[in-house]
Design a protein around this ligand. Structure first.
Ligand code: ARG
Length: 420
């Protein structure tokens, strides 16, 4: 397939050869995308480069090239701007014809890479026992687009759905399952994950006895108590059913086997801390284990730590991410790791990469990046919250979006009113 810039470059080359026989230039650099699209689609800076060799002012050189230029079938009349740029505006017929050709090509004109890489894409990553909310929509859709594009270009994409399925909140949730009798039913039957979460939280805040049992339950869960683990697994399964419904509705690539949840890394966390200590990077600070990467400061100017283990021995989100990064490099053999996560976590990822580099777990051979995006705002211009209650579940939002899109439009702008 002939590309438009190549066609244009050939014509410019022919005109230049006619106007200045024997001049030397590189055909590949004759035409580039316009610096300012108000003046055209492409531009050639050849006249500026040739001026010295032919001993004429650049504008004059440009004039001579344009006079010799036969390009009417491809472009509107070329113009000369500034010191001697030749501006080219492509004819709409040519754009349309090229678009048709691209559309007919199985690869849409994009060539498959000659250097395929292994790309780990971390996206979607909702949290168990909470409904997916509108914030997860962006990660899911942006991540899925990247997965499709990179795969299309011939890269080996490994999807990793870093589902949040571990943490102290499970003590409370499991204990609530027991209290409500759901734990003894063959089906947990949690139709509304958020409602369930909020009810458990209310109980936790209001009831001292419940709070104590929830704390003990966390300990039991973390030390592998079979009954606690079984209930935790059932909660995870229940949540996955909700996620699946959303993914099916969105038509994304994510499958169950892409789920590599936080709990997967539990057996590797102690090693992360051990290795950081061996490397001399971990330091005790107020009982917690911390790493202080260069260049990160608190507001008061003191070094900002990445806490990898709390004083009570608990591991954190950051510890799991360190373990996951190591796994992706050493076992998934990633050349590139992209985390599709909202902007509020920018500092977390900057510190994660910094600490992993200090430890030698991330080297220059691997490209790690945070693909960040902004928050979805409510009508009050503040980020949509999950816990404050009244938040729209993603699945309901999608249903409403489809309904509105299908509804006959009266004003021509159906669905333009904000969701409230
Ligand atoms: N579960 C997290 C959240 O909902 C996102 C996880 C992103 N991935 C990661 N490797 N930290 O905020």
């Amino acid at each position: 397939m002939v590309k438009i810039p190549t066609l244009l470059a050939e014509r410019i080359a022919a005109a230049t050869d006619a106007a200045f026989p024997g001049s030397s230039y590189e055909v590949a650099s004759l035409v580039e995308a316009a610096a300012d699209t108000r003046f055209g689609d492409y531009q050639s800076n050849l006249a500026l480069r040739l001026a010295k060799a032919v001993g004429k002012p650049p504008r004059e050189v440009a004039n001579a090239i344009v006079t010799a230029l036969a390009i009417d079938d491809l472009c509107q009349t070329p113009s000369i701007a500034g010191p001697g740029f030749i501006n080219l505006t492509v004819r709409e017929e040519l754009i349309a014809r090229t678009a048709m050709e691209l559309g007919a090509d199985a690869q849409l004109g994009a060539s498959v890479t000659s250097r395929p890489t292994t790309v780990v894409l971390d996206y979607s990553a909702p949290n168990i026992a909470k409904e997916m909310h509108v914030g997860h929509l962006r990660s899911t859709i942006i991540g899925d687009c990247l997965a499709r594009v990179l795969g299309f270009l011939g890269h080996d994409v490994i999807r990793q759905n870093h589902v949040g399925d571990w943490g102290t909140q499970f003590g409370m949730l499991i204990e609530y399952l027991v209290d409500t009798g759901a734990a003894d039913q063959p089906e947990l039957g949690v139709k509304d994950l958020d409602g369930f979460y909020q009810a458990a939280k209310r109980e936790f805040d209001a009831n001292e006895d419940f709070k104590l049992r929830a704390r003990n339950r966390v300990v039991a869960l973390q030390s592998g108590d079979p009954r606690s683990l079984e209930l935790w697994r059932r909660l995870v399964e229940e949540s996955k059913r909700h996620f699946r419904a959303v993914y099916a509705r969105l038509g994304v690539l994510l499958e169950d086997r892409d789920i590599r949840p936080e709990s997967f890394f539990n057996p590797r966390l102690a090693e992360v801390i051990g290795d950081l200590a061996l490397l001399g990077l971990a330091r005790e600070s107020e009982g917690a284990t911390c790493v202080f990467p260069d260049g990160f400061k608190r507001k008061d100017g003191e070094p900002l730590p990445m806490i990898v283990r709390k004083a009570d021995g608990a591991f954190l989100y950051a510890t799991t991410d360190l373990a996951a990064l190591r796994y992706r490099v050493t076992e998934l053999h990633a050349d590139r790791i992209a985390y599709v996560v909202g902007e509020p976590q920018a500092q977390h990822f900057a510190m994660l990469f910094a600490v992993a580099r200090m430890a030698g777990w991330l080297t220059d051979a691997v490209r790690a990046e945070h693909v960040s995006f902004g928050s979805v705002l409510g009508p009050d211009r503040k980020p949509f919250k999950t816990r404050a209650g009244g938040t729209i579940k993603l699945v309901d939002l999608l249903t409403e979006a489809v309904e509105r899109a299908r509804a006959p439009s009266t004003s021509g702008r159906a669905g333009a009113t904000p969701v409230t």
